[in-house]
Design a protein around this ligand. Structure first.
Ligand code: SAJ
Length: 439
């Protein structure tokens, strides 16, 4: 029996021991899916708080109910440790670590590098490794292969197996989760893809194999670049419509009646989150090595990045038309999270809007039911106002930045002196209303 045949047997029989490096919003749900499928899974994370919580059977990820974590930990199917040396006993390892941007706008590969450096100490014959972190095409072959295989004199596709399978976790989503979201898998070799697909296929409902790790890496970047560019396009449409005195929201609703060949996106005060504004820049960065400028990505990034400034200038103009100055006015910003009904503030445009309003001399406060404290880009600490309706009454200007469902928009409209609605949260009630200006 070859090394590959022996590993395939373990994976099919679910006797293969699984290690997940990085137990965040991707790694923990993935570990649970493998454990529920019958594998014994060990989560490995340098954050002792996460590990201690899991050892107690307590989940810290909203998408993973504690009762499920507790049951799997109790049964011995799910373990957790900060000790990377357990990898020497693992047959399969998945790397689910962050891939943010540096301040310079270049990829921050430090998390992938440190996880790979640890894994390189323990990778062995008969092991399969899958990278899940969103990254530039070529990472698996150019970074992981030399660090894990070449350095350890292991022949990839024979002694060990290496693949890329992009994470597609949308935190808070319940219709598509890790188990039923189709999973793309691409290997360094065909044998690598076969082994990785057999592993993942034993737990995830639909596997879509591609011919290489690079194809899988690029597929993920297409998915999120598609969103980033289309959001930028409707943001620019909002700017153009405003110049012409056309209601962009009416235009988008009308276009969205087309049952084919159109996908609705809506304009907003900027692009937040740890995926959409960031992933495409991994691609444009990589293309520089091919002397190619990814103009769509760069243009879209410029437009999205400029939206907070555009919103604040629109507020300035609207206040001016009302005979008020923004300087010295009390501005209440509603919604700090980067998108509605979640508690994640990463890259949120609210932080830019608050900073820009403050720079114009406004007295800014904010409210967010999910985010009770924040610090601005200028390092200011702020607490969410305790009583949102009292704050609405007192404000000279209410700025709707994130349209959480929990807000009573009718009551806000009645109580406010003036509202800038950057999300069409007020709907038709905000159209042609003298108290309301819209994106
Ligand atoms: N946004 C707009 N207009 C839109 C859509 C989004 O301004 O029409 C803004 C949001 O307010 C937010 C940012 O863009 O600030 C990103 O929003 P998002 O809906 O793309 O949400 P994310 O960042 O959580 O994206 C995730 C991604 N999931 C993965 O990468 C696995 C993305 O691929 C999903 O399509 C998206 O969730 C989703 O559909 O919810």
């Amino acid at each position: 029996m070859t090394v590959k045949e022996a590993l395939l047997k373990q994976l099919k029989e679910k006797t293969a021991r699984i290690g997940i490096l990085g137990m965040g919003y991707v790694g923990l749900p993935l570990a649970v899916v493998f454990a529920e499928a019958g594998f014994t899974v060990t989560g490995i994370d340098p954050d002792k708080r996460k590990v201690d919580s899991l050892k107690e059977g307590v989940s810290y990820i909203p998408d993973v109910p504690t009762e499920i974590a507790a049951r799997l930990v109790k049964s011995g199917r799910l373990k957790a440790t900060t000790d990377f040396s357990v990898l020497k006993d693992m047959d399969a390892a998945s790397i689910c670590v962050p891939t943010p941007l540096r301040k310079t706008g270049d990829p921050d590969m430090s998390f992938i590098m440190s996880a790979t450096e640890e894994l390189a100490k323990y990778v062995h014959k008969g092991m399969v490794v899958v990278l899940e972190s969103t990254t530039y095409p070529g990472t698996t072959r150019e970074v992981l292969l030399p660090m894990l295989g070449v350095k350890n004199s292991l022949k990839v596709g024979e002694d060990w197996f290496l693949a890329f399978s992009p994470e597609r976790v949308d935190p808070g989503r319940t219709d598509y989760t890790t188990i039923n979201t189709p999973k793309v898998v691409g290997g360094i070799t065909a044998a690598c893809a076969e082994v990785a697909a057999t592993w993942y296929g034993g737990a995830i409902q639909h596997i879509h194999m591609v011919s290489s790790a690079e194809a899988a890496e690029m597929a993920k970047l297409l998915e999120n670049t598609f969103r980033m560019i289309n959001i930028a396009m409707v943001n620019e449409l909002a700017i153009m419509c405003e110049r012409m005195g056309v209601d962009v929201w009416e235009v988008i609703e009308a276009a969205a009646t087309k049952p084919f060949g159109f996908m609705k996106f809506t304009p907003g005060p900027g692009l937040g989150g740890h995926c959409i504004p960031i992933d495409p820049l991994y691609l444009s960065w990589k293309m520089k090595a091919y002397q190619y400028t990814a103009r769509f990505i760069e243009l879209a990034s410029d437009i999205n990045t400029n939206m907070p400034r555009y919103v604040v200038n629109r507020i300035l103009e609207a206040m001016n038309e009302r005979g008020q100055t923004l300087k010295g006015s009390r501005c209440l910003v509603l919604g700090a999270a980067y998108k509605p009904d979640i508690d994640d503030i990463r890259e949120s445009p609210t932080l830019d809007v608050i900073g820009l309003l403050q720079k114009k001399g406004a007295e800014v406060s904010y409210h967010d039911p999910y985010i009770l404290h924040l610090h601005t880009h200028d390092g200011l600490e702020m607490d969410s106002v305790p009583d949102v309706m009292a704050a609405v009454h007192q404000a000279d200007c209410v700025v709707i930045v994130t349209n959480h469902k929990t807000y009573d928009y009718q009551a806000i409209l009645e109580a406010a002196k003036f509202i800038f609605d950057s999300r069409n949260a007020l709907g038709k009630a905000g159209k042609d209303n003298p108290k309301v200006a819209r994106l």
